[in-house]
Ligand binder design. Structure first.
Ligand SMILES: C[S@@+](CC[C@H](N)C(=O)[O-])C[C@H]1O[C@@H](n2cnc3c(N)ncnc32)[C@H](O)[C@@H]1O
Length: 268
């Protein structure tokens, strides 16, 4: 199980586990516009061996499986991996930290990261592992938030941070989002970026209950709930969401993701 993870990795895994069902049911599907393009950038086809790093509850792997690929996934969160395993009984799913991938050299034709690389302590080190496990003619694809200022969901993240007694430093989920940063990390890890796409991914929630459960199903939401009274968090989230509430009581946040496809650089 997760005994081999260090303390911080176990803590992060626990936070993603804490509301794992809500994450899988309510928030993971909001990023669905990115799934297909991410696999296209990684050139995933019927014969591909695919690894999804930070695979969560396995939605991207399910799409790869529909294409006929052989699928493997790695994540810190055992509850999310169990959900992925129910969906994909033939997948090779492992608990681990992306800084140390438990797979052989050259084992994959495609390695993908959706909304996960920015959580690495050292993203260049993490992608160095992707380079190692990727076959020389394989493809890397990484998708994460585009720049913070154009993403309306930032107000939700900022609200979560603002209610904390000691707000963390750094940009959290937006850590690699500013223009050019992701491409530079990819280049510094021994890859050559070949294509970048920008992908609209609006988040919609049918009502306030859906909105609150989805937000609190994320690790940052669970982290706040461990430190701040739930009523205060809920109140702050409802207030921040008011601007995005529509006449029918639903919520809509306009968001954009960026996705970069890359090939391993010939290092000779
Ligand atoms: C925002 S969720 C994205 C999950 C999934 N890729 C998706 O798009 O639905 C981030 C995921 O990254 C995982 N994660 C965070 N840090 C990790 C690390 N160092 N190693 C492996 N997985 C990690 C979390 O457990 C979580 O499942």
């Amino acid at each position: 199980m997760s005994e081999h993870l260090d303390r911080e990795a176990r803590r992060q895994g626990d936070l993603w586990n804490a509301a794992g069902d809500d994450w899988a049911e309510l928030l993971a599907p909001t990023v669905s516009p990115v799934w297909g393009p991410l696999l296209d950038l990684a050139r995933v086809t019927r014969s591909s061996r695919v690894l999804d790093v930070g695979c969560g509850s396995g939605e991207v792997l399910a799409q790869a499986r529909f294409r006929g690929a052989t699928v493997s996934g790695l994540d810190l969160a055992s509850t999310l991996l169990e959900i992925a395993g129910d969906r994909l009984p033939d997948a090779d799913l492992r608990i681990g930290d992306m800084k140390d991938l438990p797979f052989e050299n050259d084992a994959f034709d495609a390695v993908v990261y959706l909304n996960s690389l920015m959580f690495a302590d050292d993203p260049v080190e993490a992608l160095g592992e992707a380079h190692r496990v990727l076959a020389p003619d394989g493809r890397l694809a990484v998708a994460l938030w585009a720049e913070k200022d154009i993403n309306e969901f930032r107000y939700v993240i900022q609200t979560l941070v603002s209610v904390l007694p000691e707000p963390p430093t750094g940009d959290g989920p937006f850590a690699l989002s500013e223009p050019g940063v992701l491409e530079t990390v990819i280049e510094d890890s021994g890859f050559e970026p070949v294509e970048t796409r920008r992908l609209p991914a609006p988040f919609t929630f049918v009502d306030s209950e859906h909105y609150l459960r989805a937000v609190l199903g994320m690790a940052p939401g669970q982290s706040v709930l461990r430190q701040v009274d739930e009523e205060a968090v809920t109140e702050a989230l409802l207030e921040a969401g008011e601007k995005f509430r529509r006449d029918d009581g639903s919520y809509r946040f306009e968001n954009t993701f960026q996705a970069v496809g890359a090939i391993p650089r010939d290092e000779q």
